[in-house]
Ligand binder design. Structure first.
Ligand SMILES: [Zn+2]
Length: 596
């Protein structure tokens, strides 16, 4: 019998910061003389799109006992070694190109390094369940002397060369799946620390930004504490890390079991002594969203994700639960933890309602279909997307609101969607069970005693709107819709470009589509007057719905003419208002909803 290999070892070095190259060395002991298959994931959990990470491996070679061992590409993401000697360490060296400034991939230059394991660590097929060690090596040179390491990957305590927390050295994961769920930031980030649920929390902020660290820690600790209490009072992780990259203009977040990678705009972080603005509120909402995922999707999971299969699409019809409910609770956490006022919360909810109602695609695709097809539709949007798809985030969050309000009304405030989440936590996550594709109606009934099969059939499996006007009434909240400027009646989305106005989307059934305009057309003139990047609304103030106008536009380099009949402006925004004089029962119901 060949000697059993104890573990899979990786070393990560910065080969060249200016060339954005990591060098990774993999040491593994083949257990048999069969060729070893090494592969890289094609997607990263939380971002449902095949991204072909193997394309960033630039050079790769293998040796055993000092002799070169040939590697043959077997498919787009997989290499096969020649027959190795069983029981003798095999070494694979490869370089990884890292210049994608997003939360999903890897990014490296002289200012910092960030990577997700899905981008960096070749999976040794057949050895996924062994312990995996990673040696993060400090780059040489004065420019790197102050660099630290932020990651929730556990240090290899007790092993030779073990890292101390926050430093370079050896880290350890119990298996491959865990290894790639702990991204790593290296650099000279600013650090914000606080405790929630008795557990250390940290935010590592990379980028040129000055912000009020104390205020951020105060607000985040309230939000985190509220979520921990919501799920029973015990944090599901030994520590938690927000890894934040602040840039001029950016937005993104990706959840992991003990951490999250965030991309934000510099101005999203709070300045000292300023009122809570939309930007900072939005950033707290993003933090709250990714943090809620520590429970909802990282631990409460669709059965289809247990385990994740990283070499192909993993289909589920349930992202309206895992993204939609998370999108509902991210803002609910802000109001119930007291970080924002109830009226601010209603403004956020009203925005989501308007956003959903503006999309014509919601009539053609259900949120269950949108979940299933996210790999080719939600994550691969194009000029026709508003006409063809519905967002399982925004409509999913309205479904969560609709269910929460329904359950609260029917049980006079004794039960709510909160009970459903806690049921999922206790009876599924903690019990090691995934949520079956058709289980949600039974789960909601088991948790609350309320049968919502009829509602789910209408809102999830067909494309009806959630009737929030009616559902909010018992809570003393009224909904009003406001129409936009006359230009919204054209049925287009536009972008100023090169001094002109380009159509990015032409909406179904709108005046522009009826007249034959297309996405990509560049408007030239309206009734003989030049259209610029910002004067369409001004030109249209002299018209009314029903008027005829002549538009000229370039399609590619061809000038074309169109005759439009202006339509009434469409619904652009919603407003939710707390009614003043309401009966005590209504007030109790409302407080139970917004104050928790
Ligand atoms: Zn999410």
């Amino acid at each position: 019998m060949p000697r059993q290999s104890a573990a899979v070892h990786y070393a990560v070095e910065i080969l060249s910061a200016p060339a954005h190259l990591f060098r990774v060395t993999l040491n593994v002991v083949p257990q048999t003389a069969e060729p070893l298959a090494l592969s890289l994931p094609v997607w990263i959990p939380g971002s449902y799109m095949v991204r072909e990470f193997a394309k960033n491996i630039v050079e790769i070679s293998a040796t055993q006992g000092g002799r070169s061992l040939s590697l043959r590409k077997q498919d787009k993401q997989r290499w096969l070694t020649a027959r190795p000697k069983a029981g003798e360490a095999l070494r694979v060296e490869y370089t990884v190109y890292a210049w994608d400034l997003s939360v999903r991939c890897a990014h490296l230059d002289q200012t910092h390094a960030f990577f997700n394991g899905t981008q960096m660590f070749l999976q040794v097929e057949g050895q996924e369940d062994l312990p995996h060690f990673v040696d993060l090596r400090r780059p040489r040179g004065a420019g790197f002397a102050a660099w630290k390491v932020a990651t929730t990957l556990p240090t290899a305590r007790g092993a030779r060369g073990a890292a101390r927390r926050g430093e370079f050295g050896l880290y350890r994961a119990p298996d491959y799946d865990t290894l790639v769920d702990h991204p790593v930031e290296m650099g000279t980030y600013q650090s914000v620390s606080f405790k929630a649920g008795g557990v250390p929390h940290e935010m590592a902020v990379t980028g040129r930004v000055r912000f009020d660290a104390k205020r951020l820690a105060d607000d985040l600790s309230r939000i985190c504490q509220w979520q921990i209490d919501f799920f029973g009072g015990e944090a599901p992780f030994p520590r938690y890390l927000f890894m934040t990259m602040a840039v001029g203009d950016g937005y993104g977040g990706l959840e992991h079991r003990d951490s999250t990678a965030l991309l934000c705009s510099r101005n999203d972080l709070p300045a000292k002594d300023t009122a809570m603005g939309d930007a900072y509120r939005g950033f707290l909402g993003l933090c709250s969203h990714e943090y809620f995922h520590s429970w909802n999707v990282k631990r409460i999971q669709p059965a289809a994700f247990r385990p994740y299969r990283l070499d192909e699409e993993n289909y589920t019809r349930l992202l309206w639960v895992f993204e939609g409910f998370t999108s509902y609770y991210d803002d609910i956490a802000l109001v119930r933890s007291g970080v924002i006022a109830p009226t601010d919360y209603l403004t956020l909810l009203a925005k989501t309602i308007a956003m959903v109602e503006r999309g014509a695609g919601r009539k053609k695709q259900t949120v269950a279909e949108s979940s299933f097809d996210t790999w080719i539709k939600y994550y691969r949007q194009d000029e026709n997307s508003p006409n063809a798809i519905v967002s399982y985030y925004t409509k999913g969050s309205l479904i969560a609101a609709g269910l929460d309000l329904t359950i609260r009304s029917e049980t006079r405030g004794r039960r709510s969607l909160d009970d459903v989440m806690r049921h999922l936590w206790n009876d599924y996550a903690l019990a090691g069970r995934g949520v079956g594709e058709d289980e949600m109606p039974a789960i909601i009934e088991a948790a609350t005693g309320v049968d919502v099969r009829r509602q789910l059939a209408l809102w999830v499996d067909s494309s009806l709107d959630v009737p929030l006007d009616a559902l909010l009434k018992p809570f003393g909240v009224s909904l009003a819709r406001r129409t936009g400027l006359l230009s919204s009646g054209l049925g287009v989305k536009t972008r100023a470009e090169g001094g002109g106005l380009k159509l990015t989307h032409v909406l179904d059934g709108g005046a522009a589509q009826l007249a034959g305009l297309s996405a990509g057309d560049e408007l030239v003139a309206l009734d003989g007057l030049r259209v610029t990047g910002n004067n369409l609304d001004v030109l249209l103030t002299r018209y009314q719905a029903g008027d005829d106008v002549a538009l000229t536009a370039f399609r590619r380099d061809e000038l074309m003419s169109f005759n439009l009949k202006l339509m009434a402006p469409r619904v652009e925004s919603c407003e939710l208002r707390l009614e003043d004089k309401v009966p005590a029962a209504t007030r109790r119901l409302r407080e139970g909803w917004l104050a928790g």
